[in-house]
Design a protein around this ligand. Structure first.
Ligand code: PEP
Ligand code: MN
Length: 266
């Protein structure tokens, strides 16, 4: 179902009235983690003012260490809804367990499947039974074939609203958190009709890399961006080192909007 061979036209996924795919470019912005009401609402307002189309924010966090902050969980979901009420931005947030599928189906506009769960086949099949659009991140060391097969798990259950997200892969390099595989854009577009977006934040793991990689993403033909932003990156509860502050995000969006127009997208 994900294969270009049987579906020559590019897919456009509709998410709460917004579109991603083909000529539609989507920008998802927000903090790594939802930290509190004021935090998420103020960041959402800045994201919207800069021109983002979606709000991200982790409520359930897949942290490398069990002793790191694990997310506000269902309280985080409630705060995301408040931020949506305040700004109108649809919500993108990560689901880690089949336990909360019902809550996510009710409250979330696009369900994110994180890199670490890309091959959690039970979870993929469960969200395949919903109609909620899915943002499927590439696994830490997943091949294109494995990634597309994970999309197939969701689609084979009936949910064909899948968007792929390249978020950097593990290589021998240690200077950067991961290595952004920009080739993923043309390769996936050759193999599949599904939209593909780029997450430069988790790819490089450093804020200084985000502007150049975002620009590369637009020019590569990607259908969107997911960028982590925070009002006070130094004190963020997770991934502060890779978050842009709202002023930096304003500057980036001014450039990104021009490039989107050059690419003939909207
Ligand atoms: C995230 O988007 O916050 C995240 C945890 O990303 P990834 O699954 O790509 O590491
Ligand atoms: Mn993060």
């Amino acid at each position: 179902k994900a294969n270009r061979k049987f579906h020559p036209d590019d897919t456009v996924v509709e998410i709460d009235g917004q579109r991603i795919g083909n000529g539609y470019f989507g920008v998802i912005a927000g903090p790594c983690s939802v930290e509190g009401e004021e935090q998420i609402i103020s960041i959402a307002q800045r994201a919207k003012a800069a021109g983002a189309n979606f709000l991200r924010g982790g409520a359930f966090k897949p942290r490398t260490s069990p002793y790191s902050f694990q997310g506000l969980e269902l309280e985080g979901l409630r705060l995301l809804k408040l931020a949506k009420e305040a700004t109108g931005l649809p919500i993108v947030t990560e689901l880690m367990s089949t336990k909360f599928v019902d809550e996510f189906e009710a409250d979330v506009d696009m369900i994110q499947i994180g890199a670490r769960n890309m091959q959690n086949f039970d979870l993929l099949k469960e969200i395949g039974k919903t109609k909620t659009p899915v943002l499927l991140k590439r696994g830490l060391s997943a091949t294109y074939e494995e990634w597309l097969m994970s999309a197939e798990y969701i689609m084979s259950e009936g949910n064909e609203n899948v968007i792929l997200c390249e978020r950097g892969i593990r290589t021998f390099e240690t200077e950067t958190r991961n290595t952004l595989d920009i080739q993923a854009v043309p390769v996936i577009q050759k193999l599949s009709h599904l939209p593909i977006i780029i997450d430069p934040s988790h790819a490089g793991g450093s804020a200084y890399l985000v502007p150049s990689m975002s620009k590369s993403a637009v020019m590569s033909g990607a259908n969107g961006l997911m960028v982590e932003i925070h009002h006070d990156p130094e004190n963020a509860w997770s991934d502060g080192q890779q978050c842009l502050n709202p002023n930096e995000f304003d500057e980036l969006m001014a450039v990104v909007k021009q490039l989107i127009a050059i690419e003939g997208k909207h």
